[in-house]
Design a protein around this ligand. Structure first.
Ligand code: ZN
Length: 467
């Protein structure tokens, strides 16, 4: 049964959206860039300010959690809804990606509204995400003096550097993370009209591919045509891994019917891809060939050549070189094991090498497996009802093409709880890039969805939410 005042709460929350955007801009003005040591004090200053503001809206125990050699986490709670009500943990992060070297149309640390979007570093990733929860919580407390269920809030200060200390915080402050369901807000919606529920991440595997032929460089005028050119061999080897469209053809996986179907529901049109990925005029997105764009981007492996030791224009000489290396960044399908992909790559690369060159294939650098989650049970039906009310659309299952360490960590530690992953980003957000922005219509709908989500989850009860 919905809370008798839920509609009044939603109305109050909606009326608070403009004020919330102003408050959001105050946060965005603090350059809380976690990867730049000179901004560590900004991260701390923002954390202190946020803790104060959470206290001011009526949350309890608003505090800054610290650990040695770590940037802080802000935590707060409200636990007076009763033992029969579930405890919902809301996660977000307050730290920012850097802006150095980027060209922005507006000041990246001044929230600027242009048309329907708020531009600033962190507007959507992830300040708008957790602020949308703050507005909903404030409206509940102001309208009814209470929350419909117990709530904990955790706002991290190191997400943009890969959450290196989050697990230490979980160990040091286990109470701050104790919950029956988790709402993690740092993800994307497939459009401004369709809300997304993130269910997968791709893994990442870095592979070094080396072709070696000579024990010293030799003159190409003397030996060219009679001994192998390793640069060419390297290119031929890379070509073996690709299909006619230039996509990785090794290690493809079978995607289950439910995800295949929801992939086709995601409105990733050519226009969205063209604009979101900054394709130059005349270049088309890769053909879909019976698969959805969603499947290619989230649920199949992909490969990018991210570095080579091929000569550059500045240091070219007419020589056959001893060896050449390429670093291949392989995005793994969510359920794929890194060792299986390595074996599949080796099968193709080590057999019968071009020109008989010596080939080495090694896993080097960063590697992390993906994450695949099956949302089921009453918490997700409840989330669908909340989003239906706020967006007029159920949550559509989406994936993330990259890796988000905190999600994998929550999945590992709390994977038996309902994990509801959403956020306020959309394909035009350009998180981590210049001119990051949040769509204000999404922000407004996120606030409403958060009001209803707490109510719907509360109605399930502490036992029912995990059923
Ligand atoms: Zn983020």
């Amino acid at each position: 049964m919905p809370h008798p005042q839920v509609d009044a709460v939603a109305t109050r929350a909606d009326a608070g959206v403009d004020q919330a955007v102003t408050q959001l801009c105050e946060y965005l003005a603090i350059p809380a860039i976690s990867c730049e040591a000179e901004h560590a004090d900004d991260v701390r200053a923002l954390a202190a300010k946020v803790a104060e503001d959470l206290s001011a809206i009526g949350l309890h125990h608003a505090r800054v959690l610290d650990l040695p050699n770590a940037l802080p986490i802000v935590a707060a709670d409200w636990l007076q809804a009763g033992d029969d009500k579930p405890t919902v943990l809301i996660y977000g992060h307050l730290d920012l990606q850097p802006v150095a070297g980027e060209v922005w149309r507006t000041d990246p640390h001044v929230g600027t509204v242009v048309d329907d979007r708020l531009y600033a570093r962190g507007s959507a990733d992830d300040m708008g995400g957790w602020v949308s929860h703050m507005v909903a919580l404030a409206a509940w407390l102001a309208e009814t003096g209470e929350l419909p269920c117990n709530v904990r809030l955790v706002i991290e200060g190191e997400e943009e550097i890969g959450s290196p200390n989050l697990e230490r915080f979980m160990d040091a402050y286990p109470d701050a993370f104790e919950a029956d369901a988790m709402v993690l807000t740092d993800c994307e919606n497939p459009s401004t009209e369709v809300p997304g529920l993130t269910v997968s991440l791709r893994g990442l595997l870095e592979v070094e591919l080396t072709a070696r032929a000579l024990s010293s460089d030799v003159h190409s005028g003397l030996w060219g045509g009679m001994v192998p050119d390793v640069s060419t061999a390297l290119v031929l080897l890379i070509g073996r891994l690709l299909d006619e469209d230039g996509r990785l053809k090794v290690g493809r996986v079978q995607v289950d019917e439910a995800r295949r179907r929801s992939g086709h529901d995601v409105p990733l049109t050519d226009d969205v891809i063209r604009e979101g990925a900054h394709l130059v005029d005349g270049v088309q997105p890769l053909p879909r060939r019976e698969r959805s764009a969603a499947e290619w981007m989230w649920w199949q492996p992909a490969m990018t050549v991210v570095a080579t030791t091929l000569p550059t224009r500045d240091v070219k000489k007419n020589a056959l070189r001893q060896e050449a290396t390429a670093v291949l960044s392989v995005r793994l399908a969510p359920e794929q094991k890194a060792e299986d992909m390595m074996a599949a790559l080796r099968d193709v690369l080590l057999v019968d090498p071009p020109g008989g060159v010596e080939v080495q294939v090694e896993a080097k650098g960063w590697a992390g497996e993906g994450w695949l989650y099956t949302p089921k049970g009453p918490a997700f039906a409840a989330a669908d009802r909340a989003y239906e009310k706020a967006w007029g659309h159920k949550l559509v299952q989406v994936g993330v093409g990259g890796s988000i360490p905190f999600v994998a960590l929550f999945g590992r530690r709390f994977g038996d709880l309902p994990l509801i992953l959403n956020g306020v980003m959309d394909p035009l957000t350009t998180a981590h890039g210049p001119n990051e922005s949040m769509h204000l219509g999404i922000f407004r709908k996120a606030v409403a969805a958060n009001v209803h989500l707490l109510d719907e989850l509360a109605a399930l009860g502490k036992v029912g939410i995990r059923a």
